[in-house]
Design a protein around this ligand. Sequence first.
Ligand code: BG6
Length: 492
Amino acid sequence: MSFPDNFLWGGATAANQYEGAYLEDGKGLNTSDVLTNGSHTEARKVTWIDKQTNEKGYTPVLWGEKFEMPEGVTPAVLDDAYYPSHTATDFYHHYKEDIALMAEMGFKVYRLSINWARIFPNGDDEQPNELGLEFYDKVFDELKKYGIEPLVTLSHYETPLNLSIKYGGWIDRKLIDYFERYSKVVIERYHDRVKYWLTFNEINALDLAPYIAGGVLNPTPQNRAQAAHNQFVASAKVVKLAHKIDKEIKVGQMLAFQPLYSYTCDPVDQVKIMELNQKMLFYSDVQTGGKYPEYRWKQYEREGIILEDSPEDYEMLAKYPADFLSFSCYGSSVFTTHQKEAENSGNLGANGVKNPYLETNAWGWATDPECLRIALNTLWDRYHKPLWIVENGIGWADVLEDGKIHDDYRVKYLKANIKSMKDAIELDGVDLLGYTMWGCIDLVSAGTGEMRKRYGFVYIDRDDQGNGTLKRIPKDSFYWYKKVIQNNGSEF
Ligand code: BG6
């Protein structure tokens, strides 16, 4: 058996990295609207103001490292800073053109997120913003015109900023209610056109980047644990309400997955890998598996973490787990306790070391031809729930030559990854619903805020200073992917 006939080929984006129009038609600010751009050596920063003294400043948001805002400051947009999300690549005004390009490639599915602050500008408003709702009406109608199935993420690094400032982000249980209210409004409005939903993008990013994943301004271990618990409960509530609104709806979890390798055969390193796997899979054990694993309770006991919870929370988790498990997977990482013997990976967001067997891109991300097969088998064996690869791809500083992009490096990467996912279906029998390549049309990088780090099949004329015409130019990979979809992955 190869790719099933109804296999969902397509691409993925996120509102804050793609839409722009950051204050148009009543939209409020979200957490990414106060993030500057960085690079592969420099972290993005949250900008803030001290309302007492009027002092302004920047705090770096490093993936996996300590994030500490000065006491008493408020995240805010500053006049002299540059914010890539404000215009991004302007899907807001180009959605017709972009969806036509997706249709030309033959997309069966398009993964996008709804910008929560477009619907509830402050997150805790009583009534939704009608103009925001109308924008997504137009997008879903356009997709329907071409027979493209939407896959919608409810929260992709887009917590309304007010919820972060007023409540400290997802550490407060009130966000469960606000998220439920928002989800009810959009699921009721769009369920006739949207059957596949995801609650939180890369929920385990709460470990690495709690501000980005949950608007958490004070990420102590206690606060991270509480934010995760609150998102789990919110997710279960959305599964319940979505099934009630429409029996055909499927609500999935979204996990950031990467195979983790040990650099040495020292058993101490194997234990480290085991613990890192637990750290990652804890999130799917709860959201897809339906219960907290023992290893996590033991950790909370050791660290003195006490959750604000109730017995009903655990009933909800058990009764309403995710219907399917989706994940991102870009490559693998290597870890060791023998740090000095290995070379640094060069990846700003990871603490791992370089894998001597793999090539890396300019940002130190290792491209691993086996990563999808390993990911799919690990998750299938553990949960036996349908899987969906909703992010995979390679960031590259594409260069225009005579008005064209010859991105053979991207095709090479995707060929290896598609082969790996085909193996998981053919050789291992995993149940895979679809594949959406990340950043199918160029957008802003989440990790660095750069335009230079591009993933798309379509190039957009825009640079890191905000210059460019926003013109769309199909790359060589555009025509290659079109053929892959046409023959349903039998040749690539
Ligand atoms: C995932 C995110 O972590 O990776 C996306 O869900 C992100 O939002 C993608 O863009 C690629 O990462 P980056 O940092 O290269 O944009």
